[in-house]
Design a protein around this ligand. Structure first.
Ligand code: PEP
Ligand code: MN
Length: 370
């Protein structure tokens, strides 16, 4: 799959990062126009966003003003010289947006979570040449996210970007949605030139956390940011806590540090090459060590089978965990990291031993191969 870069989506896009900004919801004509005028005046914004139909978790909350806001967005295009993006969740929404000349569509997290909806939307987009932003689904299911990109692409849309907006946590966490950065990174590995945009507003859930998440996204070489901005966040009809006011948006734009993905300096490159060689060597050694550990697990599996002993001995496992975490601490490694690492190794070891047991049970002589 070939995805055009964000720069080639429209004429005149020179800046990095690509910025999409605007209120969570279009609330009134004045609100939309005043925010758009401010955003245009910053010279940093490529696309103005505003939710028109709002997917709300509970009934009885603000559902968006609907079709009439599309006319306000046409004023934004004409008077503020900005392109506009709207969330669509059904063929009816798409039809209304196309009728009003909306420039970019986005699929929200709830919609992407439902393959029926994604399928319907992709059918409605067949033969339509419009950029589509695809948010990650609510749950950390990378296949569902990739599947939505594939479905929209199969309808003939190529101007696609994935939007990382975090994953709904079961428990309360610092962030409204867990970033789980490894998921967008893995998506980029799977779909190499797919543009990636971070939505720090929905990850954070709090205006003061937006700058940190934005910087992290750029440090991970994401291509753009989608940020909620409101003229008066405390009065906003949706997502009040996470929207930036004008001053906060200005400060954020001024504070972002753009780090170069790499540089041409030969000294730097040699040094980097040397460090990479060391990492390569250590990684291969690690894999060989893990293989030796698993060979021993295999022997233990056979030995336990011969003596009719269960695979898992809980005290032994707790002892392993405790001593490894202690040792890790001495090496200045995070105990939580060592715990995750040891759990992974232990699970694989259990899998190997269990497979051996299952396999040997079916044979008359468990040692016949030796
Ligand atoms: C939004 O962008 O306002 C929105 C509803 O986002 P999400 O689909 O990521 O929850
Ligand atoms: Mn929102």
């Amino acid at each position: 799959m070939e995805f055009p870069s964000l720069k080639s989506w429209f004429e005149g896009i020179e800046n990095y990062p690509f910025i999409i900004a605007g209120p969570c919801s279009a609330e009134s004509e004045d609100q939309v126009i005043s925010i758009a005028k401010f955003l245009h005046s910053t010279g940093k914004v490529n696309i103005f966003r505003a939710g028109v139909w709002k997917p709300r978790t509970r009934p009885g909350t603000f559902n968006g003003v609907g079709v009439k806001a599309l006319k306000w967005l046409q004023r934004v295009q004409e008077e503020c010289n900005l392109r506009v993006a709207v969330e669509v969740a059904s063929p009816r929404h798409i039809e209304a947006c196309l009728k009003h000349g909306i420039d970019v569509l986005w699929m929200g997290a709830r919609t992407v979570s439902n393959p029926f909806s994604v399928e319907e939307i992709s059918e409605a987009l067949r033969g339509v040449d419009i950029p589509v932003l695809i948010k990650n689904p609510l749950n950390p299911d990378i296949d569902l996210w990739q599947g939505a990109v594939e479905r929209i692409y199969a309808a003939g849309v190529t101007r696609i970007a994935a939007v990382h907006r975090g994953f709904s946590p079961f428990e309360r966490t610092l962030y409204r949605n867990m970033p789980k950065w490894e998921i967008p990174i893995e998506l980029r590995q799977r779909m190499q030139n797919l543009p990636l945009i971070c939505d720090p507003s929905h990850i954070s859930g709090r205006a003061d956390l937006v700058p940190g998440i934005s910087q992290k996204a750029l440090d991970l070489t994401m291509n753009g940011l989608m940020i909620e901005v409101h003229s008066n966040p405390s009065e906003a009809l949706s997502d009040s806590a996470q929207q930036l006011n004008f001053e906060q948006f200005g400060e954020l734009m001024a504070s972002l540090v753009i780090r170069r993905p790499t540089i041409d300096d030969q000294g730097f490159l040699n040094q980097l090459e040397e460090l990479r060689n060391q990492i390569d060597s250590i990684d291969f050694q690690l894999i060989e060590l893990v293989a030796s550990r698993m060979e021993i697990s295999e022997k233990m599996g056979k030995y336990k089978f011969k003596n009719n002993v269960a695979v898992l001995q809980m005290e032994r496992w707790l002892e392993i965990l405790r001593t490894r975490m202690e040792h890790g601490t001495l090496q200045a490694l995070e105990p939580a990291f060592i715990e995750r690492l040891m759990t992974l190794l232990h699970q694989e070891s259990i899998r190997i031993q269990t497979a051996i047991l299952d396999n040997l049970k079916t044979k008359e002589d468990p040692w016949s191969e030796e």
